[in-house]
Design a protein around this ligand. Sequence first.
Ligand code: NAD
Length: 382
Amino acid sequence: MTSRIEWVRQSCRMLNGIAAEFERSQPFAGITIGTGIHIEPKTVALLLTLKAGGANVVATGNLNSTQPSAVTYLREHGVTVIGGPTRDPVERDGHLAEVLANRPQVLLDNGGDLFVRYLDHPYAGLLGGTEETTSGRARLALLRDRIALPVLVINDSPIKQFAENRHSVGQAVIESFLRITNRATNGRRVTVFGYGACGKGVALNFRNNHALVSVVEIDPVLRLEALFDGFAVPDRDEALRNAQIVITVTGARDVVTAADLPLLADDVILANAGHFPAEIDVKGIRAAQDVVDAPAGDEGMATLGLADGRRIHILTEGHMVNLAGPRPIGNSVDSMDLGFSLQARCLEAVATGAVGPESCVVPVPRAIDEAVARTCVELARG
Ligand SMILES: NC(=O)c1ccc[n+]([C@@H]2O[C@H](COP(=O)([O-])OP(=O)(O)OC[C@H]3O[C@@H](n4cnc5c(N)ncnc54)[C@H](O)[C@@H]3O)[C@@H](O)[C@H]2O)c1
């Protein structure tokens, strides 16, 4: 039987090609790469690609997302994994400090956690690294003068923007909605808050699954774009009154709060796909006076009872619905294979000195985007 990790590894066709090349070219020979990224099957494929290139990989996971089977697999395959699953920021802080105690020459950062700690306790020999996220870019951009080393930001690649944010998040939200609720999307009235890269994909995927989709967007230009893309663009209160399913994906806080309870229809389902579990104020809603029954969630869903008899269902307590809940699988292997191929190539560029300190907190170099895009198209054409 193929394990899920093996399945994901063999599905990462781009990374497998890079790993085969790295075995010959050994770009990381003698180099330790330190990371604090989510540890799940797709990251296993990335970290083993780096190891194939000669790296000594020292990894720890992120908060609330480490999968024990992935940790075991990595250890069995020669990656040093510090700690295990944790929800405790102080414990994770200790794990990150242990990663840095190995004095990695290259950092694969996620949210800026490693570079910020490195600046607090610098050591000799750091060559630079990569940053996966928007939030990490914002944090590290302020520290450019102090870092003064190459740091390439994966999120700012157009490939990451369309492959993961626009295409994959929407698919993954549909997968999670169906897995958790087992309800059809057909003919249901769905309101998507936010029409950025992720919101566009969420709205499109619900429409492609035969839902009646409206968009609420505070940016007038994007609201117009949603209209031109054929979505209804009601005012927010009207949208909330009509919706049977509400999805937030804005990056903002308090998009839907207890103050909206009077507007919501009986049996409405609320879910969030944005990064922070603060887009739907679940805590505030649970504590609202109108809520007379607020049991803990089970299997990714909680049903709250209101004094007037209405029921409101909240998925995964407002955490990213495509990554939380029972048996989460996250974004597609294909989108992550692309994003992680950008990671592998950028880390190679840093380790081999192909980029210098002038590339401190900048997007993926165009030549890497183009090379990764060419390979992906060739593979897709078979
Ligand atoms: N679930 C995942 O796997 C995943 C993957 C990538 C990004 N994200 C997260 O999804 C969120 C959105 O990402 P994006 O790339 O689409 O961002 P974006 O900045 O491109 O789009 C967000 C949009 O939301 C709009 N907005 C902000 N507040 C609003 C409000 N109160 N009501 C209506 N619209 C509002 C903004 O005007 C903007 O157009 C971020 O938190 C991001 O980190 C999640």
